[in-house]
Design a binder for this molecule. Structure first.
Ligand SMILES: Cc1cc2nc3c(=O)[nH]c(=O)nc-3n(C[C@H](O)[C@H](O)[C@H](O)COP(=O)(O)OP(=O)(O)OC[C@H]3O[C@@H](n4cnc5c(N)ncnc54)[C@H](O)[C@@H]3O)c2cc1C
Length: 462
């Protein structure tokens, strides 16, 4: 049998597509602005765009260390979820009184993303397909009760789920039709970038901010060949600028750990191959295990297959070499073959990894520094495609200084439990990972360690 990974390029499929914009010039002067945004992933681009939409006269500058979307925003699974809380269950556990509001805000956020995509003509193949979570073990099926999900989801038995997407591993599923859209992540970045430029945002790429210097009237952001001084600053730096040595704001290091997530992309399926799987409704799929896979169709009917291994490397350093992990790619390819035996012989064309900004409550957190002149959003833990737009609105509200519906939320006011410092951090995370893997093998039963973490309201996820 030929090796399905033999020709897989070590690149994120989405970012290799035609249509990437020419990089903007780096900053080589002393700039000033009303608002300076650090980072041009979704968080930064949404912040810049929303600032302009709120007030077109606001002068906005964006400084990006690489090119827009090169990091998590251009290489993710493209599941654009309404959930602001990394799923309904996680939200219910952490913010029970606020869940109706958070659900309402999350749904409105998703609707507004769709409206923005239409308003600016962003060709990111936005498809409101919903998400189907499948049970691949009896314990997962038992947990698929209506109380564990958003109201309005459809529970499917084995035959019904296999009529949607056919795999011999499926025992049942839950289809949330309204709560998730699928999109092409890099094309969303490129479209948001274009929309920002159209509204007059000034973007500098290959411009890492090295230092933040307080001034009487604002903050100066120092970069290798220039600087930007602004009354207000939004820090939208994702895992690369929030975790470990890359953290511009030191306090974020306590809350964010860089977790690597990996994915494969197949060649486009033929009509016959696609028919053998079904998938007429093109939903995003995930399985109900703690260590879960996520998978979906691209516009040209490739299958993106990712997840399962969420890797925290000892010491938490981020290096480009870690974007590739042979053992994980092999494991993912094996799981793919077990899930879709009818696709035997299909080849993977791309394999890649990326860093997630994980925090102990699995959902974004927010705050201010430098006497309210800087706001930050971080910690989306692998579910930031949709939630980062909400986070952008939170940052702008925090910088506005007046209380708003968003800034009054407990979710916004409270910070996650910090991670312990190294080397304890690595030990705690590896113990948690091993316990999670054991729970998946042992009918979902959580050992004493996981139950203790549950009681403390902390954990590890991707
Ligand atoms: C493999 C993978 C799959 C994923 N799948 C999904 C999914 O299906 N659905 C979902 O909702 N989420 C998913 N995620 C998570 C999602 O991609 C992120 O939550 C989201 O992209 C975060 O956006 P961001 O703008 O906060 O961070 P990023 O995209 O990381 O952007 C931050 C930017 O800040 C820049 N920066 C950092 N420091 C500095 C500095 N000092 N100066 C200037 N610029 C700086 C970086 O260069 C970077 O471009 C996935 C992530 C990965 C890695």
């Amino acid at each position: 049998m030929t090796d399905p990974l033999a020709d897989a390029e070590p690149q994120p499929y989405w970012l290799t597509q035609p249509g990437a914009p020419e990089p903007a010039a780096p900053l080589r002067a002393a700039e000033s602005a009303d608002l300076a945004v650090v980072g041009a992933g979704y968080s930064g681009l949404w912040t810049a765009l929303l600032a302009k939409e709120r007030d077109p006269d606001t002068d906005v500058v964006v400084l990006e260390a690489g090119t827009a979307g090169w990091a998590a925003s251009g290489r993710n699974g493209g599941f654009c979820s309404a959930s602001l809380t990394h799923g309904f269950e996680n939200g219910l556990r952490r913010f029970p009184d606020e869940m109706p509001t958070l659900e309402k805000l999350g749904q409105a956020n998703l609707d507004e993303i769709e409206a923005t995509v239409q308003r600016y003509g962003i060709d990111c193949f936005f498809e409101r397909t919903g998400e189907l979570v499948v049970a691949t073990a009896a314990w997962q099926l038992r947990e698929m009760t209506p109380g564990n999900h958003r109201p309005g989801v459809t529970l499917l038995d084995r035959d019904a789920v296999r009529a949607e997407v056919d795999s011999p591993t499926y025992l049942g599923g839950v289809w949330d039709r309204a709560g998730c859209a699928m999109l092409d992540p890099a094309r969303l970045v490129w479209g948001l970038r274009r929309a920002c430029l159209r509204l007059g945002v000034r973007l500098y790429e290959h411009t890492p901010v090295e230092r933040i210097v307080p001034r009487p009237d604002g903050l100066t952001l120092r970069t290798p060949h220039g600087s930007a001084t602004a009354r207000r600053v939004a820090l939208a730096t994702g895992a690369h600028g929030s975790a470990g040595r890359g953290a511009l704001l030191r306090r974020l290091r306590h809350y964010v750990v860089p977790v690597y997530d990996y994915a494969l992309m197949t060649e486009p399926l033929t009509g016959a191959q696609l028919a053998s799987v079904g998938w007429r409704h093109r939903q995003g799929l995930g399985d109900g295990a703690n260590q879960f896979h996520y998978y979906r169709l691209s516009a040209d009917n490739r299958i993106l297959w990712g997840g399962y291994d969420a890797v925290y490397y000892r010491g938490g350093r981020i290096t480009p070499a870690r974007d590739q992990r042979e053992a994980t790619f092999r494991l993912l390819a094996r799981h793919f073959a077990e899930t879709f035996p009818q696709l035997a012989g299909i080849r993977f064309t791309h394999r890649w990894g990326g860093v997630i900004d994980a925090c102990s409550r699995f959902s974004g957190f927010f705050g201010t520094a430098h006497s309210g002149r800087l706001a930050y959003a971080a910690g989306y833990t692998g579910l930031g495609v949709g939630a980062s737009r909400f986070g952008a609105n939170v940052m702008l509200d925090l910088l506005g200084g007046e209380p708003t519906e968003l800034t009054r939320l407990k979710m916004v006011r409270r910070r996650p439990v910090p991670f312990p410092p190294e080397p304890v951090r690595t030990g705690v995370i590896q113990l948690t990972r091993r316990s999670i893997a054991r729970a998946d093998r042992d009918e979902g039963r959580r050992n004493l360690w996981l139950r203790t973490l549950d009681r403390m309201g902390v954990g590890f996820d991707s």
